[in-house]
Design a protein around this ligand. Structure first.
Ligand SMILES: [Zn+2]
Length: 146
């Protein structure tokens, strides 16, 4: 098993009205990007449903130079309805609730995780359009002192 020491949160960069999930994103990543599978390990749909993406045992394809030791979570949404080039924190309460649940669960399952961050903390991107560290602090999802 590869050593997993961080979790990286993403948005799908799709409009809030687009009710998509693993099936569609997998299609884009395989047929569009020519990858072997979807790049993320988890997808959280607009209604808060959690879906499983790539096998956790395998490296994802979601954050340059960070894939081998991380898990990738994608929240569906993250751009404005009017213009997909404009990032926006428009995730639903159900998505944030499920993100909390998932992060807490993963911290229990993977004791080597020392960091939970957003894609933008590793790259010059807006993704996922909110402060992931602040979110974790607010909800007492703590990677330190464990
Ligand atoms: Zn991203």
């Amino acid at each position: 098993m590869r050593k997993i020491n961080k979790i990286i949160v993403h948005s799908s960069a799709t409009r809030p009205s687009q009710d998509i999930g693993v099936e569609e994103i997998r299609d884009w990543h395989i047929k569009g990007n020519g990858w072997s599978d979807i790049g993320y390990h988890f997808v959280i749909r607009r209604d808060g449903t959690r879906e499983l993406g790539r096998d956790i045992a395998l490296s994802g394809a979601h954050c340059k130079n960070q894939n081998s030791r991380s898990l990738g979570i994608c929240l569906v949404g993250g751009v404005t309805e009017e213009d997909v080039k404009i990032g926006e924190n428009n995730f639903t309460d159900a998505q944030f609730k499920e993100l909390q649940t998932l992060l807490k669960q993963l911290l229990t399952e993977y004791p080597n995780i020392v960091r939970i961050a957003g894609h933008r903390d590793f790259a010059n991107k807006a993704c996922p359009c909110f402060d992931v560290q602040g979110f974790c602090e607010k909800h007492e999802i703590c990677v330190a002192d464990r």
